[in-house]
Write a protein that binds this ligand. Structure first.
Ligand SMILES: Cc1cc2nc3c(=O)[nH]c(=O)nc-3n(C[C@H](O)[C@H](O)[C@H](O)COP(=O)(O)OP(=O)(O)OC[C@H]3O[C@@H](n4cnc5c(N)ncnc54)[C@H](O)[C@@H]3O)c2cc1C
Length: 502
């Protein structure tokens, strides 16, 4: 019988980071991945002469070499930093509300304040004080939470205690009056899949701080380059990966991991399993122990499956400038009511909800074939309305949505539709199929201000079982990669404790 020290289920960001760190730490590791390529969301696909980026819009937490962010060190430790090439984005985003707002926020604090003051001069005091709060609050979060100060008191960390559990909307309302200013400052809410009323201020502050301090980055070759580099790091360190080979069961005995059974019926023994499959699939589907399953599911009881996306992947037969695309990241909103916009995520309606348009070729002119560019147009959608569409109407509904979205962006990027050479449309059902996650959610459970992973035990109640990725913590590249490395560290520590005890 084959035996590995650790088996990683799933080759998304979390799974690959865990596997690379385990293999480099000396563990005999096997990765099982259902799909035929590595990456999960961090992947690409080809149509015609275009290789479309599936998910990565803006990489956070990297920082410049002379001012590194936490992700730079992490990628270095995984042995992939020198294999990757990054391009810094000059601006956070262009923010458009037709006939009301059209501004571009630079990726630096002074520049953001300058641009906001030009458009909202009456709100000078609030704008300056808000960004001061974001910085001072997040610096307290870093010391108290990330650097694990053993003495966390309200006297030492007043802002941490005052704001950590506030919702973003109430803080924004405290600082600003103009609804368009509130909308612009909260522009990144789509990256967390929750409107400011439900989004913890600490999450909004983390997004703003991370992108302003460490800048948004594009990855040359797209996210598939990162996934390929991590898969290579696993192999180079002696690990193994089986593609098109899913895990079907995690075998336990006396509350501890014993083996994994693959979808080909092969049983492979191991002491440790890191699951990058969703928490729902892991606990309700893979885990064989009924009692432990109940215990694990109790921990996530009440958690809500997060939003997925409807995405138009478009390849244009012209460079971005020909259709007036000047920024890599563009947000288009129609309303200042973010709660209404969030409610629209539970419908098929795409005529009004916010759109994110990412054209990677603005930052990296070599990204698409010469003389062309690609743009991903994304809007948040839950799976439920799509699951109610009869199968025979699914394709027509998809293309109806695409036409509506293209009509909406045409006034801002004239000539866009006429220049489309290739287009593919992905719905939440597409993400369900490719990732195997409930609701096709790349974000895992919703991170509500009062119901986030902060309130749950991240460690499944089975000895040797660890979770990694968006379903066990925060979504996004930086957090999921970090969670994989953390799971590997915990396992390597335990292995070395056992070794020393022998
Ligand atoms: C359209 C879109 C845009 C996004 N934009 C950004 C962005 O700009 N910035 C950012 O930081 N984040 C962004 N994200 C979110 C980010 O991509 C995800 O949060 C992150 O990649 C999830 O990583 P993960 O580790 O949770 O694994 P996932 O990507 O969810 O991968 C899980 C893997 O497990 C495999 N698997 C599942 N079950 C099994 C099984 N039983 N056996 C074997 N394998 C299994 C799946 O096939 C998959 O490969 C975006 C996501 C999408 C979809």
């Amino acid at each position: 019988m084959i035996d590995y020290e650790a088996i990683v289920i799933g080759a998304g960001n979390g799974g690959l980071a865990a596997a690379a760190a385990l293999a480099r730490g000396g563990a005999r590791v096997l990765v099982l991945e259902r799909h035929n390529i590595p990456g999960g969301c961090a992947t690409s696909f080809c149509r015609g002469r275009f290789e479309f980026e599936v998910s990565l819009h803006q990489l956070s937490g990297l920082g410049r070499p002379e001012f590194p962010g936490p992700l730079r060190g992490l990628l270095q430790n995984l042995g992939v930093l020198s294999k990757l090439e990054f391009v810094e984005m000059e601006n956070l985003f262009r923010f458009i509300v037709p006939d009301k707002v059209d501004l571009t926020l630079p990726a630096n604090r002074a520049g953001i304040i300058r641009v906001l003051l030009e458009r909202f001069p009456d709100e000078k005091g609030g704008i300056e004080r808000f960004f001061d709060l974001v910085y001072r609050f997040f610096q307290e979060v870093i010391s108290a939470f990330y650097l694990r100060d053993p003495e966390v008191t309200p006297e030492k960390y007043p802002l941490y205690f005052q704001y950590a559990f506030r919702d973003s909307q109430s803080v924004i309302d405290e600082y600003f009056r103009d609804p368009y200013l509130k909308l612009t400052v909260a522009g990144y809410w789509g990256y967390m899949g929750l409107p400011p009323r439900l989004l913890a201020f600490s999450d909004l502050a983390a997004l703003l701080f991370a992108y302003i301090e460490f800048k948004p980055w594009h990855l040359k070759g797209g996210s598939q380059a990162l996934s390929n580099a991590m898969a290579a790091a696993v192999l180079d360190a002696g690990g193994e990966i089986r593609f098109s080979c899913g895990a079907e069961r995690i075998v336990t005995r006396d509350g501890a991991v014993q083996a994994v059974v693959t979808d080909r019926g092969e049983e492979i023994t191991t002491r440790y399993v890191v699951s990058n499959a969703s928490a729902v699939a892991t606990f309700a589907g893979l885990l064989d122990d009924g009692e432990k399953r109940k215990e694990a599911l109790k921990e996530v009881r009440g958690a809500v499956v997060g939003t997925s996306f409807l995405t138009l992947y478009t390849g244009l037969r012209c460079p971005p400038g020909d259709v007036s695309i000047t920024e890599t990241t563009n947000f288009i909103c129609t309303s200042t009511d973010m709660d209404r916009d969030f409610a629209l995520c539970r419908t098929l309606d795409v005529s009004e909800p916010p759109l994110i348009i990412s054209c990677y070729d603005v930052s990296d002119p070599d990204f698409s074939p010469e003389g062309t560019c690609q743009a991903a147009i994304v809007t948040m959608k839950y799976a439920e309305p799509w699951l109610r569409v009869p199968p025979e109407e699914y394709a027509a509904e998809k293309y109806r949505s695409a036409e509506t979205i293209l009509r909406r962006i045409e006034p801002h990027f004239p000539g866009f539709t006429a220049n489309i050479e290739e287009m593919e449309v992905a719905t939440p059902i597409t993400h369900m199929r490719y990732l195997g996650h409930p609701g096709g959610s790349p974000y895992g459970f919703e991170q509500h201000v009062k119901d986030s992973t902060l309130f749950r035990n991240p460690k499944p109640p089975v000895k040797g079982l660890y979770g990694t990725g968006a379903w066990y913590g925060m979504p996004g590249y930086q957090p999921t990669l970090t969670s994989g490395a953390a799971a590997a560290r915990a396992i390597l520590r335990e292995m070395s404790r056992k070794e020393n005890a022998r």
